[in-house]
Design a protein around this ligand. Structure first.
Ligand code: GDP
Length: 206
């Protein structure tokens, strides 16, 4: 068995229909065991270390801002190496435009790197990531109370289409305003946190 780190990224943690879908999937524990899941707002230095191999990429500053803007759900699973590989397959490719149809990221990701969930991509990275994050928080308790369904609408595909317009500079202001409204309907965050979520999601498409 191998350990792996799982993170509901800000979009996966706070878009309620997405969080419910991720929890249905993760909580099924089909071929894996969940050992910890807790709310945590990662400090910048932790995210910079976690994504150290991406330092220097153009999207790195955005990625750090995205991952530190809000509390996220952080957890640890154990699985066989083959099961971890299958989980990654079910998750889908990194960039939403390339994510396999039917995968979680294709179904719920808005675009680019706004891709709902982190899951260690191998036993080696799992071990290293669990070791790193364990220095900051315990990964042994499931103290997050999550729901397996949500009465909020799921606007993924409209958000994806609007993000495409926003990125292309087409009706930019209208697209941003509409995205904000749709995100408002999907979430129940206090004002300041909601503004942070909108900022980091729009920031991915600048
Ligand atoms: P993962 O293991 O599938 O999450 O992919 P990586 O470890 O390669 O990348 C880490 C994270 O960086 C991704 O999940 C994305 O959020 C972000 N990312 C990676 N590549 C890109 C990219 O080309 N553009 C943008 N905007 N974000 C990216």
């Amino acid at each position: 068995m191998t350990d792996a780190l799982i993170i509901f990224k800000p979009d996966g943690a706070h878009r309620l229909p997405v969080r419910a879908a991720l929890w249905r999937w993760l909580g099924s524990q089909r071929e894996w065991r969940l050992h910890g899941l807790t709310w945590y707002r990662p400090p910048t230095e932790l995210i910079e270390r976690h994504y150290d191999f991406l330092r220097g990429r153009p999207f790195f500053p955005w990625l750090v801002e995205f991952m530190t803007a809000l509390p996220v759900l952080v957890g640890r699973i154990s699985a066989s190496p083959t099961a971890l590989e299958r989980m990654r397959y079910e998750l889908g490719e990194t960039r939403i435009g390339e994510a396999r149809p039917g995968s979680l990221r294709e179904r719920y990701g808005i675009g680019g790197g706004v891709n709902i969930l982190h899951l260690s991509d191998s036993p080696d990275s799992g071990q290293a990531e669990v070791e790193l994050w364990s220095r900051y928080l315990p990964l042994d308790g499931i103290d997050a109370q999550l729901e397996t369904s949500s009465d909020r609408p799921d606007w993924t595909y409209r958000l994806r289409s609007l993000a495409g317009q926003y990125q292309a500079g087409v009706h930019t202001e209208l697209a941003a305003r509409e995205m904000r409204q749709l995100l408002r309907e999907e979430t129940e965050l206090p004002e300041e946190d909601f503004e942070s979520l909108v900022r980091v999601i729009l920031g991915a498409f600048r």
